[in-house]
Design a protein around this ligand. Structure first.
Ligand SMILES: Cc1ncc(COP(=O)(O)O)c(C=O)c1O
Length: 383
């Protein structure tokens, strides 16, 4: 039996979600834009999912735009707001530890002549809300901040950032892809203007996600075509995927506290065991608030990719370096931004627990790790 500890990369799809996807795929195949009964049935599925997603993040259903996942949501938010702002909004603010799906659109705008300020994070990966506010200029059209980091799990002080940024009249986009389903993500508590998330990070299907756009914000569409999603995202809806997303959202909403408590206890047991059994380890983001399911550990003098392979060979899936680009051996931008050296960054592994993981799995990993780490260290080349 494999042990899957890579739930920040993607999650197993819940049975309830599979059933919803199959039912809609088979029985509700109408085009939601059609005027007849088949169209109305498909539309009803989409609107039900929209209500469930809205309830999960405490938004209004009309503010939810369905997308093909968080990469698309992030691109839509960043290009959409920057382009709609025109020449008066030629400056954007972000952090130095963002996901590539935020960093790459910002870098593309920078290449076009936009100014981009990347606010540094501290040694625990945390942003200072005052530093974010200090980066704002009269030309800033958007601030884009990761709610919780995919590699370290570090949770940013988004409520305080939202307060500062909105006081200056600048819209805030939060990439909440890793936070949704793991901690409370409520737009009535954190007044962000745009919020991205993705179904496959909370036991839903891949290739479907959403962007919440609050109020009547001007947003240049990214996919132009039909008038779906009130003209904000053209193209026939992925109705089965959206229905699956809706069910995953409802489960995440209902089970959130219980999941968080269960994951935190497994994660804490894993860290206590590693600390007790493996010498020369350090927890990344140790002094910061961290997602309940995530543990990022530096095993000094190891190459994380080699340790990952060794664990994989024993049936355990984890990730090293930039998780969403698994297989890559480039040192993680996030860990470098936290002041780690490239060798320290490469020596880090991320364990992320979730549905299907229990105490027995954690015990098995703890039984394997000391020898595997010693073996990888004895290979000598951590560079
Ligand atoms: C923080 C964060 N943002 C965005 C994404 C991209 O999500 P998607 O796979 O839905 O494109 C991911 C994961 O891949 C992520 O962890």
């Amino acid at each position: 039996m494999r042990i899957y500890l890579d739930h920040n990369a993607t999650t197993p799809v819940r049975d309830e979600v599979v059933e919803a996807v199959l039912r809609v795929l088979r029985d509700v195949w109408g085009n939601p834009s059609s005027a007849h009964a088949e169209g109305a049935a498909a539309r009803a599925e989409i609107e039900r999912a929209r209500e469930r997603v809205a309830a999960l993040v405490a938004a209004r259903p009309g503010e939810v735009v369905f997308t093909g996942g968080a990469t698309e949501s992030n691109n839509l938010a960043i290009f959409g707001v920057a382009r709609a702002a025109g020449v008066s909004g030629h400056h954007l603010v972000t952090s130095a530890a963002e996901h590539p799906s935020v960093e790459a659109p910002l870098a593309a705008l920078e290449a076009e002549g936009f100014g981009v300020t990347r606010v540094p994070v501290d040694a625990d990966g945390l942003l200072d809300p005052d530093a974010v506010a200090a980066a704002l200029t009269p030309e800033t059209s958007l601030v884009s901040i990761l709610w919780a980091n995919n590699e370290t799990g570090v949770v940013q002080p988004v409520a305080r950032i939202a307060e500062r940024v909105r006081a200056r009249g600048v819209p805030l986009h939060v990439d909440a892809t890793q936070a949704v389903g793991k901690i409370a993500v409520r737009l009535d508590e954190v007044p962000a203007d745009l919020l991205s998330a993705s179904a496959h990070k909370f036991n839903g299907p891949k290739g479907v996600g959403f962007l919440v756009v609050r109020g009547e914000r001007a947003l240049m569409p990214w996919l132009r075509g039909g008038s779906q999603e009130r003209g904000r995202r053209g193209g026939t809806h992925n109705v089965p995927g959206i229905a699956g997303l809706g069910v995953a959202a409802e489960l995440a909403h209902r089970e959130r506290d219980e999941r968080a408590a269960r994951c935190a206890s497994l994660r804490d047991a894993l860290w206590s065991g590693i600390e007790a059994k493996v010498p020369r380890v350090r927890r990344n983001g140790a002094a910061a608030p961290v997602l309940p399911n995530t543990l990022c550990v530096e095993f000094r003098d190891t190459a994380g990719d080699v340790l990952l392979e060794a664990l994989d060979g024993e049936g355990v899936a984890v990730s090293a370096g930039a998780a969403c680009a698994s297989g890559s051996v480039h040192p993680s931008r996030t860990l470098l931004a936290m002041g780690r050296t490239p060798a320290e960054a490469r020596a880090s592994l991320r364990f992320s627990v979730g549905h299907g993981v229990g105490e027995a799995e954690i015990e098995r990993v703890l039984a394997l790790l000391p020898d595997l780490v010693a073996r990888v260290r004895s290979l000598g080349d951590a560079r």
